[in-house]
Design a protein around this ligand. Structure first.
Ligand SMILES: [Zn+2]
Length: 86
């Protein structure tokens, strides 16, 4: 089933959840939620092209440079049960 993103409808004050937007998985034929499950405010579907991840890009999020910038270390499998910390 496809994932749809919903966010606070225009003119709605919203809460942290619907202001940022949240994902809902439902059938294309089914209507999505009309109200925010958190605050009960009106929500609308945010149209995003299929297959396009808008909030983050996994490739750049998991890039060595980005991980290093955020203080993460990565373990590289060097084979034979050995890992190298980078
Ligand atoms: Zn809300």
């Amino acid at each position: 089933m496809p994932t749809y993103e919903y966010c606070a409808a225009e003119g709605e004050k919203g809460c942290p959840a619907c202001n940022v937007g949240f994902d809902v998985v439902h059938r294309m034929s089914e209507p999505g939620p009309a109200l925010c499950p958190r605050c009960g405010g009106k929500v609308m579907r945010r149209f995003t092209p299929p297959g396009l991840v808008t909030r983050y890009n996994e490739k750049s999020t998991l890039s060595d440079a980005n991980l290093k910038r955020h203080g993460f270390k990565t373990l590289r499998n060097e084979g034979g049960g050995r890992f190298r910390v980078t």
